[in-house]
Ligand binder design. Structure first.
Ligand SMILES: Nc1ncnc2c1ncn2[C@@H]1O[C@H](COP(=O)(O)OP(=O)(O)OP(=O)(O)O)[C@@H](O)[C@H]1O
Length: 605
């Protein structure tokens, strides 16, 4: 399978940063003087506003014209405003209005933007189209004009204005979340979670939300700051709730008395300035604390680079069907996978037919790009959304699976009866979770085990796959174990629910040569002990010779030869197979002699 690797992730060696716990995050924030001061200011503002009735006995709305513009001191520590209201009381109670208003706006933006972004980014399709179009539409509306229209029609109400402002901010949150989800849904550990049979809802909660939450928190803090500015602006213009103390209305009053008592501008200005600055600085500090030190995560993405070639246009599309003996676990007939491109479609799997019997290992071999992984993914139901899959039959243990990746039948089987061992061990483990929880979760779900039963079984499995210290690995994060150990963990996970069929996609490619043989031995012994059927995707005839019973050779999306492994090695019939076999020998023929495929014809495995 072709993967784009990110820097620092060679050979499955881990470079993943440990996930920051909440405590560690708080500690890191408190160590940063800017963040600590910002937190202290915001905490003080919130506390003072909440404790307003304890800090002042004055009614913030109670005016006494006889005491208008009284200087600071005595009963009025900060003096009175133009109509004799106590400035300190208005400042404290005004903080409540400003904070509640901006919290409302932030809540509306987050509560609308996050779920819509999650659904649009994860499921894409028509919902994504409609939601993105609506978000663009809302973003193109001039905010202040909409606010004026709304306030004009429902009357002057600060909270309605802030709810509308939240609505206007929601597309920003939506786009942020959608973008993040789009990126993370291609991660291999998300595929692995789908293979392990987790439902979409659970994958979103468990794997996607974790990635989204930090940027959303940062954006929410920023909306809080902007919300205070917008709200104060509206109230300064006299568009807030009349009679309610707020920092914006204090500014309005102060502006009217700017020549007689300019100090009135100081208090609301200071409150607004400090709160907005503290929110902005806290947002920056959070960004640094959450992302600043983190090395890029050790993740690899499946290539989405469209290929230019089209295969199989000139070939017969109907193939002889596999002969059925009754012991077939998986029967695939005329499987075709295509991707749309500008001028039509690219065929990457073209009329593949294969059969896997119980207890049998079928090797899928061929050069890079020949369609091995796409065939395996089609069986697993893990192809990208843009892939179009058709098959005359795709039958697993007597049940027609259909070609919809999200079909309920397919979801119910993945992880439970069809296991998957991926190529890149590190990228298929979620860096945010301990190994134990990643192993136990599918067992609890599929086998209905309790937490302690799942733990017990996970520890036994870790021991079975040759991990010397299962208890330590159980509590480790993926970055704390080696690539070879991670692959053993994934093999343990793949067999944890006793599947009937195991699909292994180049399971040893990313490993050290010394570890490869051990992992292959382990897979063979597990497969024999559990009598599982297995599809092993590989380009390595050494691996085929080691553990495969039968082999199917793929070229340009088609199976060109299929035979028992022994026969294929003894007497390969297809020129392409001979070329592949020859090129594994030291004195292989130069490949230019083997480029033409001559009498190539379809075959089923
Ligand atoms: N998302 C995609 N869009 C278009 N073409 C794709 C996509 N994913 C894979 N392909 C193409 O499908 C073809 C078969 O890819 P596949 O990954 O099955 O090859 P492979 O035989 O497994 O090779 P490798 O051993 O390198 O992984 C390749 O030409 C590849 O470029």
């Amino acid at each position: 399978m072709t993967l784009l690797s990110e820097p620092g992730t060679l050979g499955g060696e881990p470079v993943t940063a440990a996930p920051a716990s909440r405590h560690r995050l708080l500690r890191r924030l408190l160590k940063d003087p800017v963040a600590a001061v910002s937190l202290a200011i915001l905490g003080l503002v919130v506390l003072a506003s909440a404790a307003a009735p304890l800090l002042t006995a004055h009614d913030p709305a109670g005016s006494n014209v006889a005491h208008a513009l009284a200087p600071a001191g005595g009963a009025h520590p900060l003096g009175t405003d133009g109509v004799g209201r106590d400035v300190l009381a208005r400042l404290l109670y005004g903080g409540r209005t400003s904070l509640l208003g901006t919290a409302l706006a932030t809540a509306v933006a987050v509560l609308l933007g996050v779920p819509l972004g999650l659904v649009a980014g994860y499921f894409r399709g028509w919902f994504d189209g409609v939601a993105s179009w609506s978000a663009n539409l809302v973003m193109s509306v001039p905010a202040i004009i909409l606010l004026l229209v709304v306030l004009g029609s429902v009357g002057q109400n600060t909270y309605v204005a802030m709810a509308v402002f939240g609505l206007l901010m929601a597309p920003g949150v939506f786009r942020l979340v959608r973008g993040l989800v789009n990126a993370v849904r291609e991660e291999l550990y998300v595929d692995a979670a789908r293979v392990s049979g987790l439902s979409d809802g659970r994958i979103i909660r468990r794997h996607i939300l974790r990635v989204v939450q930090a940027p959303v928190i940062i954006q929410a803090v920023q909306i809080l700051g902007i919300g205070i500015l917008i709200q104060s602006g509206l109230e300064f213009l006299g568009l807030g709730s009349s009679g309610k103390a707020s920092w914006g209305s204090m500014l309005n009053d102060a502006f009217g008395n700017i020549y007689t008592k300019p100090v009135l501008l100081l208090w609301p200005g200071l409150a607004i300035g400090l709160t907005v600055a503290a929110s902005g600085l806290l947002g920056n500090a959070l960004t640094d604390a959450l992302f600043g030190g983190a090395a890029g995560r050790s993740r690899k993405r499946r290539s989405a680079t469209p290929v230019k070639r089209s295969v199989g246009e000139d070939r017969p599309s109907s193939l002889p069907l596999p002969r059925l003996s009754g012991d077939e676990l998986l029967v695939v007939e005329d499987l075709k996978v295509t991707y749309p491109k500008d001028d039509g479609e690219t065929i990457v799997v073209d009329g593949v037919g294969l059969t896997v019997r119980r207890g049998e290992v079928l090797g899928l071999v061929g050069e890079s790009g020949s369609g091995k992984s796409q065939t395996a993914f089609a069986v697993l139901g893990l192809l990208p959304a843009e892939a179009r899959t058709t098959a005359r039959r795709l039958v697993f243990d007597g049940t027609e699976l259909g070609t919809s990746d999200r079909g309920r039948t397919r979801q119910a089987l993945r992880g439970r009866r069809i296991g998957y061992v991926p190529q890149e061990p590190m990228s298929n483990l979620d860096p945010s979770f301990r190994i134990g929880s990643q192993l136990a979760e599918p067992m609890r779900r599929h086998l209905g085990l309790s937490r302690s039963e799942a733990k017990e079984k996970a520890l036994a499995l870790l021991e079975r796959v040759g991990i010397a210290d299962p208890a330590r690995v159980y509590t480790s994060y993926p970055h704390q174990i080696s690539g070879g150990m991670a692959q053993r963990v994934l093999i343990a996970a793949a067999v944890s629910c006793d599947p009937d069929l195991l699909v292994a996609d180049e399971p040893t490619t990313a490993l050290d040569v010394t570890v490869q043989a051990e992992v292959l031995d382990l897979m063979r012994s597990l497969q024999q002990e559990r009598r599982m059927g297995m599809i092993l995707v590989t380009h390595d005839f050494g691996v085929v010779a080691d553990i495969c019973d039968r082999v199917a050779v793929m070229q340009n999306g088609r199976i060109v030869e299929a035979a028992p492994a022994r026969d294929l090695f003894a007497a390969p019939t297809h020129p392409y197979t001979r070329m592949l076999l020859d090129s594994t020998l030291e004195d292989s023929e130069p490949r230019r002699l083997l480029g033409t495929t001559g009498t190539e014809q379809g075959a089923d495995a």
